[in-house]
Design a protein around this ligand. Structure first.
Ligand SMILES: Nc1nc2c(ncn2[C@@H]2O[C@H](COP(=O)(O)OP(=O)(O)O)[C@@H](O)[C@H]2O)c(=O)[nH]1
Ligand SMILES: [Mg+2]
Ligand SMILES: [Zn+2]
Length: 291
């Protein structure tokens, strides 16, 4: 590592204005140039950055183009998002659907991880609704049920654990890595103020990288037209050609095959109602943007 030269490194942790950057065996706590602290140009965990050294300090000088990114959790350059739900706390499937939508828009593989299976088996309705179009695995951080499948989703990849507070993200991280990170579902308290939603940390595991993130709630936060929403519902796509109208949005059009599938019970009603909700939110966001 040359002192005067620049290095391309990965941001692995952000606390206030301290950015931990790593590459190979090297690790520094860097500051970022002022221009990266204004809204919309923030650096996130997962970013590949150019680090320069000035007067003995590491400075982030440039952020390389992102392969992809999520807004919440705010991370970049990931292969997949492990969306964790559990019997307790009650699953927030609207949040899960929004993360799944973000994943499909960004080309990230979403995986549904149903944790705490030692308490009760996985929710059959959730598996029936989601397993037709995405990988769903049932696990327990407590007794390591399902860990072979879970580890296969992590091996040699960069993945992020996402989902509500207290579903067991940090516990899963601990069980996978044999670590002892604080697990009370309240880890968000360790970061301050506006950084709460972006406290993320990367750990190396199974030849890959895992990012533990905090619980959060989420607005829609994808930049798509409401009428494009249907293209990111892989469970609706095979039905599209059976709708009467080619441009059917599956909202209130006559002879809609998606609605018919909901009525007949072959598509999950909850998933469809959340689709309507997200569609409505996207419409409202558009309206705000153009008002
Ligand atoms: N019974 C059971 N409890 C779990 C499991 N995983 C996590 N918990 C508990 O759920 C609570 C929240 O876990 P934590 O890992 O902090 O959740 P996080 O907020 O998603 O990181 C803790 O009390 C854990 O002990 C599990 O597989 N089984
Ligand atoms: Mg946690
Ligand atoms: Zn339709």
């Amino acid at each position: 590592m040359s002192v005067s030269g620049a290095e391309i490194m990965t941001v692995t942790k952000i606390l206030s204005n301290d950015y931990t950057v790593k590459e190979g065996g090297a690790e520094f706590v860097a500051k970022a140039r002022g221009r990266f602290r204004s809204k919309g140009t923030d650096i996130c965990v997962g970013d590949r950055v150019k680090v320069v050294f000035e007067g003995g300090s590491a400075i982030i000088d440039e952020v390389l183009p992102r392969k992809n990114s999520l807004k919440r959790p705010f991370v970049s350059n990931i292969d997949s998002a492990l969306i964790v739900v559990a019997k307790e706390p009650k699953p927030d499937m609207l949040l899960a659907d929004k993360i799944i939508l973000n994943c499909f828009v960004e080309g990230i593989k979403p995986v549904l991880v149903y944790n705490k299976c030692d308490i009760s088996g996985p929710d059959e309705d959730i598996f029936a609704a989601y397993s037709p179009f995405m990988t769903c695995i049932a696990v327990s951080a407590k007794d390591k049920t399902g860990f072979e499948a879970l580890e296969n989703e992590i091996r040699s990849k960069t993945v992020c654990l996402a989902g509500q507070s207290a579903v067991g993200k940090t516990s899963l991280m601990n069980a996978i890595l044999g670590l002892d990170l604080k697990t009370d579902g309240l880890s968000k308290k360790i970061s301050r103020g506006k950084n709460t939603t972006r406290h993320v940390e990367i750990y190396e595991a199974l030849g890959g990288k895992v990012m533990d993130t905090c619980g959060f709630s989420m607005l829609t936060l994808v930049n798509i037209e409401p009428d494009e929403l249907k293209y990111y519902y892989e469970d609706f796509l095979p039905l599209q050609s059976s709708c009467r109208f080619t441009a059917c949005s599956h909202i209130n059009e006559p002879d809609c095959a998606v609605l018919a599938a909901v009525e007949s019970g072959s598509l999950d009603r909850g998933r469809y109602l959340r689709y309507l909700e997200i569609y409505k939110e996207l419409k409202e966001e558009r309206k705000k943007a153009y008002d």
